[in-house]
Write a protein that binds this ligand. Structure first.
Ligand SMILES: *[C@@H]1O[C@H](CO)[C@@H](O)[C@H](O)[C@H]1NC(C)=O
Length: 112
């Protein structure tokens, strides 16, 4: 009986941690470049290599931020920080120039 309870509890714990740590968290774009959800997360500008809106045919719009660690984060497109970031990045890369400072100036360390 005790074993059964333990197994049930373990199953529950696994289930809970699985659902909260969904594979796409914290909102990584899927293969269409779409986002399932977006978050408000500050990403250091020095680690940013790309900032773009999701394709217009995506159900959920987001600002996709790519980092020097080759990760993509789906950021809330209505968040003022992200909107300004997109503007600043577009300015930095006008005329197809590569992103210049303050963008893409740091190396990939852990996480982002
Ligand atoms: C970012 O900087 C690195 C190192 O300077 C460079 O190799 C890379 O091409 C840059 N990435 C982009 C998207 O410009």
């Amino acid at each position: 009986m005790r074993t059964l309870v333990t197994i049930l509890l373990l199953t529950l714990v696994c289930f809970l941690s699985y659902s909260s740590a969904a594979p796409l968290a914290p909102g990584i774009s899927n293969r269409n470049g779409c986002c399932l959800k977006s978050t408000q997360m500050h990403i250091p500008k020095g680690k940013i290599t790309d900032v773009a809106m999701t394709p217009s045919d995506c159900e959920q719009q987001a600002i996709v931020v790519s980092t020097v660690c080759n990760k993509k984060f789906c950021i809330d497109p209505n968040w003022i920080w992200a909107k300004n970031l997109l503007k600043e990045f577009e300015k930095s890369t006008a005329n197809n120039s590569p992103p210049s400072a303050p963008f893409n100036v740091t190396r990939c360390t852990e996480k982002v």
